[in-house]
Each structure stands twice: as structure tokens, then as C-alpha cells.
Design a protein around this ligand. Structure first.
Ligand SMILES: C[C@](O)(CO)[C@H](O)COP(=O)(O)OP(=O)(O)OC[C@H]1O[C@@H](n2ccc(N)nc2=O)[C@H](O)[C@@H]1O
Ligand SMILES: Nc1ncnc2c1ncn2[C@@H]1O[C@H](COP(=O)(O)OP(=O)(O)OP(=O)(O)O)[C@@H](O)[C@H]1O
Length: 302
């Protein structure tokens, strides 16, 4: 019998998030550029006679806010993959979580992508990557990117992912909030604030040119998030946090996806450490430093 399999999957940020008016199915058309960060969750899957989920969370994570059992997205991933393979979803699924929950960093999506890749191996299915990407898109708009990783453009509702060449290493400070924000509520608030939003989202071309330059100052100028205004309107303290991080030396601060995590682009690793120290000194408890891009969901054991 195959032993336990562990897959690591990254948190994401959106360097560009252009949002259009809602489609007939209620989803918003996106033109986005994702970047995977070296902040990740690990999912370990083992053979078992039934489907179980368990979690161990880093100190900065509110573990009890993650549902266990069938509501956890890893259980949904297992059930979906098992149905595709015509087998029972029997496995023990264990999440080691570092990605902030309901933080706009796609932590659940990372876990779902990791579970798909790990179970594909545990169950010796060896599905082609295109099949895993299709299952990922059924689980959520951000899940295909968590499989692909790196830096990538996302279209459609975010599930159509094309890798972008990005040889640089970008330095980031990540400031999670103690209370999450629900993604649907931020999209609903976008609709309320911008009832005349055009159908076509703002294009990612300037951001892609900044990535190609490799210059952090240019990237800082090009960062764009259409969900920032609704997130800050729902949580005004995020606007203050962004201003503070920029005053502490970041090139630019930005809400990550639907928030409330805020991320700060810095000139290099030293500037990121200095900005993080300044934010901690200003009373922000959890302040992480990291870099991107990072690989998508990949095997680390088994
Ligand atoms: C904010 C982002 O993280 C940016 O990458 C994503 O758009 C959210 O992706 P996600 O959490 O994987 O979202 P899904 O699980 O697919 O959808 C959750 C809910 O978010 C809203 N949603 C999501 C994606 C999208 N393009 N338009 C939407 O309006 C819908 O209300 C949907 O019911
Ligand atoms: N494995 C999981 N990890 C985190 N949350 C999960 C998981 N499974 C289910 N959930 C539920 O999903 C909700 C959203 O979780 P998640 O951490 O993925 O949000 P997010 O990072 O804001 O997502 P996104 O950036 O994709 O919109 C949580 O509040 C929780 O109730």
C-alpha cells in the first residue's frame, strides 16, 4: 500500500485584479495577474477506510475558523476526484496551515490544489495536468492557479490560467487581519459601489510590462486591485494600514485579492525586514516577510 503523500501549495496575491460587471452566472469577469508566495500550506494524505480531515495551524492562524469534515474544501476535492475516478473517497487528509484564513490569499484554494495532486498520487491515478486543472476549476476560481503557481495571468472568472515569464524575486511584507472578510460580500460591495462597471475588466498589460522590467519601483507603480475600494470601504482601518506600511518604507501597499490581508512590495529583502519591523513597532501583531514567485502545488514527500 502507498505511504503518506505530502504536497505543498502556495498562497497567492493578485498583482493586478481588473474586475468587470457581473456575468449572467453571477461571477465577475476578471483580468488578473496572480503571484504565488513562499508562504504555503502542506496537505498530507494517507490511506484510510473513510474520509477524515484534520488540521494543525501556525500560531498566527485562527484554527477553529476552518471547518473540518465535509465542509472543508479538501474533503470536497477528495469527493470530486474520487467521483472522476469511479472510486470511494477513502483517505485521511491532514492540513498544516500557515496561510491566513479568509484573508484574500486563497488558502482554501491552495489546500484544494494540494489535495488533488496528493490524492492523484496516493490513488495512483496519474491524471493528466489538464484533467486536474478542470477539477480544480470546479472547486473554485482560484484553485487552478494554485496548481500552476509562479506568476500567471488569469481570465474568465480567474480559472483560465496562463503562466507569465518572471525571473525576478520580489520582496513582500504580509499583514493578515485577525478577522476575515467573505469574498462574495466584497464582490457584492464592488457591485454596490460601481453599478456602472464596464463588462470588460481593466487589462493587465501595464502590470505585465512592469514584471518584464524586473524593477520593483516600476512594479510598485503598476499594482492594481479593483476590489481594494470595496474592501477598504468595509474595513476602513485597511486604508490606514496601507498608508502606514508605505510610510515605513514599502514601495507600495495593496489589499490582497478580496482582503483583508494587506501586502507591501519592498525594494529588496532588507527593506522588507525594515518595513516589517516598523509595522510591528506600530502595534501590528502578525507581520510576515516573504518572496514571490513560488512553485505551484508540488510533492514534498511520498
Ligand atoms: C478574489 C479572488 O481571490 C481573486 O483572485 C477570487 O476572485 C476569488 O476566488 P475564489 O475564492 O476561488 O472564488 P469562488 O470560490 O470561485 O467563488 C466564490 C464567490 O466569489 C464570487 N466571485 C468569485 C470569482 C469571480 N470571478 N467573481 C465572483 O463574483 C462569487 O460570489 C462566488 O460565489
Ligand atoms: N482548507 C480550508 N482552509 C481555509 N478555509 C477553508 C478551508 N476549507 C473551507 N474553508 C472555508 O472557506 C472560507 C474561505 O477560506 P479561504 O482561506 O480560502 O479564503 P480566502 O483566502 O479569502 O479565499 P480567496 O482569496 O480564494 O477568496 C473560510 O472562512 C472557511 O470557512
Amino acid at each position: 500500500m502507498t505511504g503518506p503523500v505530502t504536497v505543498r501549495a502556495p498562497a497567492k496575491i493578485n498583482l493586478h485584479l481588473g474586475v468587470g460587471a457581473p456575468r449572467e452566472d453571477g461571477f465577475h469577469p476578471l483580468d488578473t495577474v496572480y503571484q504565488a508566495l513562499r508562504l504555503s500550506d502542506d496537505v498530507t494524505v494517507s490511506a484510510a477506510s473513510e474520509l477524515t480531515t484534520s488540521l494543525v495551524a501556525a500560531d498566527h492562524i485562527d484554527g477553529p475558523s476552518v471547518p473540518l469534515g465535509t465542509d472543508n474544501i479538501v474533503a470536497r476535492a477528495a469527493t470530486l476526484l474520487a467521483a472522476r475516478l469511479g472510486r470511494e473517497p477513502q483517505a485521511a487528509l491532514h492540513i498544516a496551515k500557515q496561510i491566513p484564513v479568509a484573508g484574500g490569499m486563497a488558502g482554501g484554494s491552495a489546500d484544494a490544489a494540494a489535495a488533488l495532486r496528493a490524492l492523484d498520487r496516493l490513488w495512483a491515478a496519474d491524471l493528466p495536468e489538464t484533467a486536474l486543472l478542470e477539477l480544480a476549476a470546479e472547486l473554485g476560481s482560484d484553485v487552478p492557479f494554485a496548481l500552476v503557481g509562479g506568476t500567471a495571468r488569469g481570465r474568465g472568472r480567474g480559472e483560465l490560467v496562463e503562466p507569465v515569464v518572471d525571473p525576478a524575486t520580489w520582496s513582500w511584507v504580509v499583514v493578515p487581519s485577525t478577522t476575515g472578510l467573505s469574498t462574495p460580500s466584497v464582490y457584492r460591495h464592488f457591485d454596490a459601489l460601481f453599478p456602472d462597471a464596464p463588462a470588460e475588466p481593466v487589462g493587465a498589460e501595464p502590470l505585465l510590462a512592469a514584471i518584464a522590467s524586473g524593477d520593483p519601483a516600476q512594479l510598485g507603480c503598476a499594482l492594481h486591485n479593483d476590489l481594494q475600494a470595496p474592501a477598504v470601504d468595509l474595513r476602513p482601518e485597511l486604508g490606514e494600514l496601507i498608508a502606514r506600511g508605505e510610510a515605513e518604507g514599502a514601495l507600495r501597499g495593496l489589499v490582497s485579492g478580496s482582503g483583508p490581508t494587506c501586502v507591501f512590495l519592498c525594494a529588496d529583502g532588507g527593506a522588507a525586514e525594515a518595513t516589517a519591523a516598523g509595522l510591528r513597532g506600530a502595534g501590528h501583531g502578525v507581520v510576515l516577510t516573504t518572496t514571490g514567485p513560488a512553485p505551484g502545488a508540488h510533492l514534498i514527500a511520498g
